[in-house]
Design a protein around this ligand. Structure first.
Ligand SMILES: *[C@@H]1O[C@H](CO)[C@@H](O)[C@H](O)[C@H]1NC(C)=O
Length: 220
């Protein structure tokens, strides 16, 4: 007994100081702020919503964790767990803006990278169904020669139409207009088309899972 007691005392002391150190780390992890989420989204190209985090920082190294937000500050990694959370309409429209901005780079591989590996594209000006990343990129190689830029029609009660099938699946359908530039003459003409985008969340990123774009069946 006499030999066990000092050992127990030392163990209790060690546990107590360990707990104190743990508390210190937790206190060092400040509560997540909306500004921190905005900064994180800007840095990572993600579209996290501030409302989509459990307010439970964990004081451990979290750089490799994919499903949440890891802020490294003053030598401490603070992890905030992402919970299933549907994006806002604004975020779904931001995905369209991102796609349109990728068109503006005239880089087909950048545009194709916004499509999921399993995505299907029924494109505006090609009959071919594109169901691989390579075929999608191939379509944009020729389409981008026309410097396309598009704007979603904002018609009250008609376009766009954003719906959520699950926290990680969003759909937007409506009509848009493409401005296309003739490579030889430089003349810009408009194409009116109908679209459906199905977006699916892969890890932190929303990708296009399905995109149907077809020219209007009647004159506009
Ligand atoms: C096109 O985009 C890809 C992917 O972002 C990049 O690796 C490549 O360097 C870009 N090409 C040009 C010509 O900018």
């Amino acid at each position: 007994m006499a030999r066990v007691l000092p050992f127990l005392a030392a163990l209790l002391l060690a546990l107590a100081s360990h707990a104190a150190a743990g508390r210190g780390l937790l206190e060092a992890c400040r509560p997540l702020t909306a500004a921190a989420v905005v900064a994180y989204n800007d840095a990572k190209g993600s579209v996290f919503d501030f409302a989509c985090f459990e307010p439970a920082p964990v004081e451990k190294s979290c750089g490799g964790i994919a499903s949440g937000l890891c802020i490294f500050e003053k030598g401490i990694s603070c992890y905030y767990k992402a919970k299933p959370c549907k994006p806002t309409d604004t975020q779904v429209l931001a995905l369209f803006a991102e796609w349109n901005a990728a068109l503006a780079t005239l880089n087909a591989s950048k545009v194709a990278a916004l499509y999921a590996p399993t995505a299907v594209l029924l494109p505006t000006v090609s009959n071919k169904v594109r169901n691989t990343r390579a075929e999608i990129e191939n379509y944009f190689v020729s389409f981008l020669k026309r410097k396309p830029q598009s704007v979603i029609d904002s018609i009250a009660g008609s376009s766009p139409n954003i719906r959520f099938l699950a926290p990680d699946v969003a759909i937007n359908s409506g009509t848009y207009v493409f401005a296309l530039t003739n490579a030889e003459t430089g003349v810009v003409s408009n194409i009116h088309a109908r679209f459906t985008y199905v977006y699916k969340k892969y890890g932190d990123y929303w990708l296009i899972e399905d995109h149907h774009s077809s020219v209007m069946p009647e004159p506009v």
